[in-house]
Design a protein around this ligand. Structure first.
Ligand code: NAD
Length: 465
């Protein structure tokens, strides 16, 4: 368990301090996992996995359901932990803990349905089996620690694998608690282990270990590319969930009031630290000025403050360094619609909509990962699609229109993995999620989640005498 103390200062070697982003105070110190300990964890996980896959599918499903129940009983505790280590609003944090529970429930239902196929061939019987990969490494970011870890951990376990989870340096506490609950639920020792530590040390040891069969990496595009390159050395399977610069396309024929009312939280939720944040608001020129007039009061109405307060819409950023990075994207004196943010300690930045930038400005092109969006006018449908696709990313996007034909045409034309029409919803545990282009590789969630943690084996049995 982490040691709790309240001093500030640099990390001692071999451990990480966890800070409360709302106050900057130290919450806990967590020991870092050395590469040698990673090797030992892989060895133990491989042993546990052999027993796990030999257990009856019904028993594995029952254990995962029991684990889901235990997470359910601890939602408030897990949510409070997330508020402290990540600065998430309590409402969001409760959703995040319940998402971890739902993922376990959904995956448990898949254990006994992970069926292969029997394919008609001449001279015998042909069967496919879906077999576990073995030991899976999951490297998670700090922006949604519980959901993103669970998106991989739950289906990987359900498909018969062991899992080693490397949480982000800033947010290891909920992951450690989830691993304790797994043991309490009766999952075999070493089957699911959490290995806190620095990305380039502990994370790298997982990526380069020959005993790890697959890496699921969620994080920045730069690190994702290096992870993918290193996986090539042992042809490790890899799923990448990387960044985004998602468009929110508002056509003149849309319900402009609703589009403007919902636009703020589509990029301010989780203080904009959301890979699906709709940070490029593309507005048809005919309604551009009216949209901005409606957007300004909607931005002003967003409550930024103490994340533990039930009425708060948006909390702080994760760290002082991240705050500086976000600030660097906003040119001084730029035309902007601004919200308010608390003064004083903690890593606060106000909701910011930049209204006068060209489409090539850094804030319009790069992922800011903070509460900053740009508004860019467009002329017609073709122009909207061109602008929407003018990015190396392709994760999410929204479009607002009352024209069903246009909704379908634009949905098919925008190169992104998750689109919503007259809505900003893009993540559900029961539907597939992932990126086009440099937003990622592979898909998580949805009906195919367990197959992503399985190898397909084909066996032909001759019936000849
Ligand atoms: P990051 O890439 O810095 O870190 C992500 C994880 O990788 C952390 O656990 C980190 O310790 C680890 N890591 C860092 N260097 C490593 C290395 N050399 N080898 C192995 N592991 C290493 O990203 P971040 O700042 O924590 O997260 C923010 C990014 O994550 C954003 O770009 C965001 O868009 C992306 N993200 C994507 C999705 C998605 O599903 N597509 C979801 C959430 C976040």
């Amino acid at each position: 368990m982490p040691r709790h103390h309240h001093t500030t200062g640099a990390d001692a070697p071999g451990e990480h301090r966890v800070l409360d982003p709302a106050t900057g105070e130290s919450v806990a110190t967590v020991p870092a996992t050395t590469p040698g300990q990673v090797g030992e964890a892989v060895r133990c996980a491989a042993g546990a996995q052999r027993g796990w896959v030999d257990a009856a599918p019904a028993d594995r499903a029952r254990l995962l359901r029991r684990y889901a129940c235990l997470v359910d009983e601890h939602i408030e505790e897990l949510a409070r932990l997330e508020v402290r280590e990540a600065g998430h609003t309590i409402g969001n944090a409760r959703w995040e803990a319940s998402n971890a529970r739902d993922l376990l429930d959904y995956a448990a239902g898949g254990v006994e349905r992970l069926a292969g196929a029997q394919i008609p061939v001449a001279g015998g019987v042909d069967i496919t089996f879906l077999e576990p990969l073995g030991v899976v490494g999951v490297i998670a970011p700090w922006n949604f620690p519980m959901p993103i870890a669970s998106w991989a951990v739950a289906p990987a376990l359900a498909a018969g694998n062991a899992v080693l989870l490397k949480p982000a340096e800033a947010t290891p506490l909920t992951a450690l608690r989830l691993a304790e609950l797994a043991l309490e639920a009766g999952l075999p020792e070493h089957l699911f282990q959490v290995l806190p530590g620095a990305g380039p040390v502990t994370g790298d040891a997982l990526v380069t270990h020959p005993g790890v069969a697959k890496i699921v990496f969620t994080g920045s595009a730069a690190v994702g590319k290096s992870v993918m390159a290193k996986c090539a050395a042992t042809v490790k399977r890899v799923t990448l969930e990387l960044g985004g610069k998602s468009p929110n396309i508002v056509f003149a024929d849309a319900d402009i009031e609703r589009a403007a009312a919902t636009a703020p939280m589509s990029f301010l939720d989780n203080a904009g630290q959301d890979c699906c944040a709709r940070t490029r608001i593309l507005v048809q020129r005919d309604v551009h000025d009216r949209f901005l007039d409606l957007l300004a009061p909607a931005v002003a109405a967003v409550t930024v403050g103490d994340p533990a307060d039930e009425g708060t819409d948006m909390g702080p950023l994760i760290s002082a360094a991240h705050l500086e990075r976000v600030r660097s994207y906003v040119p001084s004196g730029a035309d902007a619609i601004l919200g308010s943010a608390p003064e004083g300690p903690g890593f606060w930045y106000p909701p910011t909509v930049l209204t006068g930038l060209g489409p090539d400005a850094p804030a319009a092109v790069e992922e800011v990962f903070g509460p900053v969006a740009v508004v860019i006018p467009f002329e017609d449908e073709q122009d909207a699609v061109r602008l929407a696709n003018a990015t190396p990313y392709g994760l999410s996007g929204s479009l607002w229109t009352r024209d069903t034909g246009r909704a379908l045409r634009v949905s098919r034309a925008v190169a992104a993995g998750n689109l919503s029409v007259n809505s900003h919803a893009s993540v559900r545990y029961s539907t597939p999620f992932g990126g086009y282009k440099q937003s990622g590789l592979g898909r998580e969630l949805g009906p195919g989640a367990l197959a992503a943690f399985s190898e397909t084996k084909n066996v032909f049995i001759s019936s000849e005498e």
